[in-house]
Design a protein around this ligand. Structure first.
Ligand code: ADP
Ligand code: MG
Ligand code: MG
Length: 892
């Protein structure tokens, strides 16, 4: 803790670039303040203060005085003191981390009210009902978030009061009702916590600030951060903001708005408004909101002002913004803005729209979309022409086509999904307690709430299908069923929901490919009709990415069909053709023969049988990729993968022996299986080791490649084969294989009279190879980093074993933010890659460098490979567009 450190910033002191320090909410409140927009005055306690608190369990020593000084200034400006008896200043205490974490950390409104000041507020406002409503809200929110009282106790008491009075909405309760409820609420607090609701306004504020700090580490917050890959040590800022009141009568209200439609990107008036309401009422769905456009007839002046502010914000932030506002007796106040979340499709459209409006350039447009969003757009959708029973319709809140069994609570959603069922979580509305269930579900369906409801916001953030506010649905959680226009849907019935149209179906709707995939496949052309606003936007963004990217993108493909698809998706070659996939099926037996061969003759016969098959595979592949490089990896997997299962075979032989009719072949096979059985095949006889101990295996493969290339050249083709040796640990291994290979190639060249120009290179997938890359480069014309194996061997764990066993615990404990098999571990594995690149190029400046692990299609890893200077990444055909886009984003 640094003595001169400043822990509190007035809204006038900050700006939007200080999100690390002030959190997103605080930074943007400051930005709006400085833009001259009507923001209620206040100040922000920094994330640094939170970090000190989280580390030491105590607020920084200087914080109290600093808060006092800012509170004094606020009180002076407002001309009233916090909680003052006759005319109280009230504030909200609001959390706000760098990244918005919807619903994670609760805000407490109306701090400063007490048994005394509530009377003062009533007099001042000339409205008793309002004052007591505000006071009960304070006790309710404070009780729940700060004191940890079960929120349902308050809600039940409120329901009971409404029932007793036979009214259905909270605005029908009068001052006397609220007074009674305040009494009850205070009793609940006393009963649950053993202490009275604090009457000292400053104590209220300090406790609330501390509660916000504490909320950083709730289980829910941690789970959300893990999901969203938000680091766990950022801490949250706390905003103290003077209150404005939307619950002062019909000329007051509160609302949310988007500067454009977060689902389509179209410009217009999007949002919800609720008269005579405060804070969370809009998103909580306690009463039905009206579309924002209706505000024009309710309060034209505020509406016009809001429209103007929205334009100011869009031009200022050069992006879609979402907004929270309140109108207090005809006066508009801005309570929050941020660059708004949007669907994947809208992200692409908005990026190109903003380019057309001249607000951003192409490089910036690339930063406005992500590979993850593109991947989402490549999901299949429902077949519109299928005969299905549409039972309802809600708001299209988050796109995708989800099918699953109906469940009505999060517990069941989690339980069923663990046992492999696909489920749709159906709720009246969701709240943060539903997060586990939402993660477990294929999709989320709610009967209440708009595009800004909890369900909608969280689902969009997770890229999960969501339909919300389907009002015809009567959800009966207790009886685990819902009724929709007369149809009863029980728990376990299959439903389908379409997050792009809002439609809800009974039964399973068949799915069709996405238009974006159709476009990549060349079956749809950008710009034809409207489907294709989206396709046109994707087309443009991909063109920007291709123009600027330095990394080339290749595909991992083992056959002509995959290769052709990859080519349509933009692959610039094959980075990995796994030859073991060519030895499956009926050919497996031929390999078995090869392994079991006792004599040279037997072995050669087996090899001769394999050669033409291999050659044919390669001819097809080279033809499909004519003119583009194709890296063929020689046989890699452990030998026993080609032999029968040891247990099965042992049983068979034992049974046969008991019957006294054991056959010679089975006995031989069993012996071989025993001989070749390995405790740890991943680190056993595989890759180049195999090539060195089974004479003729690698040379047969090289011959097949060389002959196939010669055949293609004869046919006027342009084959560009590269031969890759797997699992090399030392240059000596490579030299031996290389010599043999060169001999075979020379033979084929001599016999055919064709110069083949085959490149020979190696995988770098063992730490020793990476550490001796300088030597290895002497015998290799290219390196391809096999980051799957490299990750396994650097960490010393086997992927197949550990992902299911301890990775969850590791992720929970924050040891990794994400599995190192998904995103490259930059510090460990990445540093080996970086050094091997440098050492390899030092030996051989024109060394070609690529990566062919699954990381090649992972957005974050692509950025890393760009940065360390690889020439290409190679990934599965379906990830190619993602890799192209991310390579462009990395270079832009
Ligand atoms: P969240 O992060 O959940 O959006 P907020 O801090 O924005 O939480 O607050 C929750 C609700 O309370 C919002 O609707 C916001 O507009 C409202 N609110 C917050 N501070 C004030 C205030 N000073 N006056 C009136 N309403 C407020
Ligand atoms: Mg908010
Ligand atoms: Mg490997």
């Amino acid at each position: 803790e640094n003595k001169d450190q400043k822990f509190v910033y007035d809204f006038t002191e900050g700006n939007k670039d200080l999100k690390d320090l002030l959190g997103g909410k605080g930074a943007n409140l400051a930005e709006m303040t400085n833009l001259g927009l009507p923001v209620p005055p206040g100040f922000t306690i920094t994330t640094e203060a939170c970090k000190v608190y989280l580390d030491s369990g105590e607020e920084p020593a200087a914080l109290r005085d600093e808060v006092s000084a800012h509170l004094d200034a606020l009180e002076q400006g407002m001309g009233k003191k916090l909680g003052q008896a006759d005319n109280p200043l009230l504030v909200s205490v609001r959390s706000g981390a760098k990244f918005s974490m919807p619903g994670m950390m609760d805000t407490v409104l109306n701090i400063g009210l007490s048994d005394v000041s509530v009377e003062g507020l009533a007099k001042q406002a000339g409205d008793e009902r309002f004052a007591w409503d505000s006071y009960r809200r304070l006790i309710q929110m404070f009780g729940k978030t700060v004191l940890g009282v079960d929120g349902e106790l308050f809600e039940d008491a409120l329901e009971a009061a409404k029932d007793a009075k036979k009214v259905s909405v909270d605005t029908d309760l009068d001052a006397a009702d609220w007074k009674k409820l305040v009494k009850q609420f205070k009793k609940i607090v006393k009963g649950e916590t053993g202490r009275d609701f604090p009457q000292d306004p400053r104590e209220q504020m300090d406790l609330a600030v501390r509660a916000v700090f504490d909320s950083w580490n709730t289980d829910r917050a941690k789970l959300y951060r893990r999901q969203e890959r938000i680091p766990g040590d950022l801490g949250t800022a706390v905003n103290v903001c003077s209150m404005v009141f939307g619950n002062l009568g019909p000329d007051s209200g509160t609302g949310v708005a988007f500067t454009r439609d977060p689902a389509s990107g179209h410009q217009g008036v999007y949002g919800d408004y609720l008269q005579n309401a405060q804070g969370e009422d809009v998103v909580a769905g306690i009463r039905n909101t009206v579309p924002l456009a209706e505000l024009e007839s309710i309060d034209k002046k505020s509406y016009d002002q809001l429209m103007q502010i929205m334009e100011t914000l869009e031009t200022h932030y050069k992006d879609l913004c979402d907004i929270e506002f309140t109108i207090e007796r005809g006066q508009l106040w801005m309570l929050q803005t941020r660059v708004g979340k949007r669907t994947a499709g809208a992200a692409f459209r908005i990026a190109t729209q903003l380019v057309d409006q001249g607000l951003i350039d192409e490089a910036e447009a690339l930063q406005r979309v992500t590979g993850a969003q593109l991947a989402q757009l490549m999901f299949p959708r429902f077949d519109e022409s299928a005969k299905v029973e549409k039972i309802g319709r809600g708001i299209a809140a988050s796109p995708g086509a989800a099918v699953g069994k109906a469940v009505f609570d999060s517990y069941t959603a989690v339980k069923w999904s663990r046992s492999g069922e696909k489920v749709i979580l159906i709720r009246r509305e969701t709240n943060p307690d539903d997060l586990d269930g939402m993660i477990a579900a294929e999709g989320i369906l709610t009967s209440r709430g708009g595009k800004t409801s909890h369900a909608a916001v969280v689902a969009r953030g997770m890229g999960k299908t969501c339909v919300c506010g389907a009002e015809e649905l009567e959800v009966d959680t207790k009886r685990r069923r819902m009724t929709v226009n007369g149809t009863v849907v029980e728990e376990g019935d299959v439903v389908s929901i379409d997050g792009s149209t809002g439609k809800v179906y009974l039964g399973e709707v068949p799915v069709v490919p996405s238009p974006v995939v159709e476009y990549f496949e060349g079956r749809m052309h950008a710009g034809a009709d409207d489907a294709d606003e989206l396709v046109a936007a994707v087309h443009r963004i991909m063109a920007y990415a291709d123009r600027v990217r330095r990394l080339r993108v290749r595909a991992n493909a083992d056959n002509a069909e995959d290769a052709l698809r990859a080519r349509r998706f933009g692959a610039q070659g094959i980075g990995l053709c796994r030859t073991e996939h060519m030895f499956l099926g009926e050919r497996r037996e031929m390999v078995e023969k090869l392994i079991l061969a006792d004599t040279d003759d037997e072995r050669e016969t087996a090899l001769e049988a394999l050669l033409p098959l291999q050659k044919k595979d390669f001819v097809e592949l080279f033809e499909a990729m004519d003119g583009l490089p194709v890296t063929v990896r020689l046989l890699d997997p452990p030998l026993h993968e080609f032999l029968p299962d040891i247990t099965e075979l042992s049983v068979r032989v034992a049974l046969a022996e008991a019957r006294k009719d054991a056959n010679e072949n089975d006995l031989r096979l069993l012996q071989a299986v025993h001989r070749l059985h390995e405790q740890n095949p991943m680190l056993g006889l595989r890759g180049v080791r195999l090539g060195l101990v089974i004479p003729g295996l690698f040379t047969m493969q090289v011959r097949a490649i060389a002959e196939a290339a010669a055949e293609r050249k004869n046919a006027k083709g342009d084959p560009r084969a590269e031969i890759m040796i797997p699992l090399v640990g030392t240059v000596q291994e490579l030299e031996i294989v290389r010599e043999e290979a060169e001999q075979v190639i020379a033979e084929v060249e001599a016999r055919t009279g064709i110069e083949l120009k085959l490149a020979l290179g190696t995988m770098i997938e063992l730490p020793r190879a990476a550490l001796t890359a300088g030597q290895i480069a002497e015998a290799a014309e290219f390196f391809s980093f096999g980051t799957n194996d490299l990750t396994q061997t650097v960490w010393g764990f086997s992927r197949d074993d550990v992902e299911a066993s301890f990775f969850t615990a590791y992720l929970e404990k924050g040891i990794f933010g994400v599995s190192p098999f998904e995103t490259i571990d930059k510090d460990g594995v990445g540093s080996l890659v970086r050094n091997a690149v440098a050492a390899g190029r030092a030996t051989r400046p024109d060394l070609k460098l690529g990566v062919c692990g699954e990381h090649g299609g992972d957005p974050e890893s692509v950025h890393f490979f760009h940065e360390v200077g690889l020439d290409y990444v190679s990934c599965s055909p379906f990830r190619i567009p993602v890799a192209r886009l991310e390579a462009g984003r990395a270079a832009a």
